[in-house]
Write a protein that binds this ligand. Structure first.
Ligand code: SER
Length: 313
């Protein structure tokens, strides 16, 4: 049985992944960590510890005292927040990653790292973006993600650490809010549709981005963690996505449930520029072939589920 430590446990992914991992591996085998304690299932449903991911001494002590063999390192600053404070994004994302890798290295912990569609920039082919292609991102977040992918690959090559990772697209979920991202509009739109029947999008018409519904993202993390290493040709950064849509596309899907839903636009130039620099749709064949990526939700299935959940909250 694995003993897992998760960083960034209060975030959009961490909040649900901690609970999913506890169901999969047993509550006592998943230690949630974060800089702040949030009331609720993350801190109350199993072990919880405070951790600033730049604090190597504390990280090492936690890995030892809980006999951790797998680190899921989620703590990080997202794209739009990163543009507001690039130095903070570098410090948290890069120094945090280096610190956690260095803590994992002598203890031979397996290591999961979340990369992002942000690891691609304007030079990459935007349609069916290949697994292996040019990566010259134009955001600090993207820079830290490419560097993170390379660093995790390096730790595998140099030290034999079992590093693995996914390039997450925009994640849609309703348990914990996303914060500071560019794809967050695809979450907000469901709340506003359910509450007010309308939404004003900060992302413009025609801006396509890859997306994935959270249950499929949680499943993907466990599948990759459990994958047979002999099948992994790409370790640290698998393209994954289940759908690609622009604001018009998600609005159309919402109208199948709420026919009177209205969409308007007030484009935010910062987040629009970020969206413009990212792929429109990813090629996910490596993830399917090497570890069986198999998302279950398409746009309409996700919309039905999200609207039902949001309405019942
Ligand atoms: N959801 C992230 C963001 O928008 C992309 O990885 O920043």
């Amino acid at each position: 049985m694995k003993k897992i430590l998760v960083t960034g446990s209060n975030g959009q992914i961490g909040f649900e992944l901690v609970q999913h991992l506890r169901k999969t591996y047993g509550s006592d085998n998943v230690v949630a960590t974060a800089r702040k304690k949030a009331a609720g299932p993350v801190s109350e449903g199993g072990p919880f510890a405070f951790l600033d991911v730049r604090d190597g001494k504390m990280a090492g002590e936690l890995l030892d005292s809980w006999r951790i063999d797998t680190v899921v390192h989620l703590a990080g600053i997202l794209s739009a927040r990163g543009e507001a404070d690039p130095q903070l994004a570098w410090d948290t994302n890069m120094n945090g990653l280096c610190t956690m890798l260095e803590a994992a290295r002598p203890r031979k912990c397996a290591f999961f790292f979340p990369s992002s569609i942000a690891a691609f920039g304007p030079g990459a082919p935007p349609e069916n973006t290949p697994q292996d292609t040019i990566q010259r991102p134009s955001t600090i977040y993207g820079v830290t993600k490419v560097a993170g992918e390379l660093l995790c690959d390096y730790y595998h090559l140099k030290y034999g650490l079992d590093t693995r990772g996914l390039r997450f697209p925009g994640l849609v979920s309703c348990a914990a809010p996303p914060g500071g991202g560019t794809t967050d509009y695809a979450v907000h739109i469901y709340y506003e549709a359910a509450a007010h029947g309308r939404y004003t999008s900060y992302i413009g018409k025609g801006s396509f981005m890859d997306m994935l519904y959270m249950p499929d993202a949680l499943d993907a993390v466990v599948r990759l963690i459990e994958a047979d290493p002999s099948r992994l040709r790409h370790r640290c950064a698998f393209n994954i996505s289940a759908m690609s849509f622009d604001p018009e596309g998600i609005a159309e899907s919402i109208r199948k449930v709420i026919p009177e839903f209205e969409l308007s636009y007030e484009v935010d130039p910062v987040r629009q520029a970020i969206a413009d620099s990212w792929p429109d749709s990813l090629d996910c064949s490596a993830a399917r072939e090497e570890w069986g990526f198999a998302p279950r939700y398409d746009l309409d299935a996700m919309t039905r589920d999200m609207l039902q959940r949001v309405a019942s909250r």
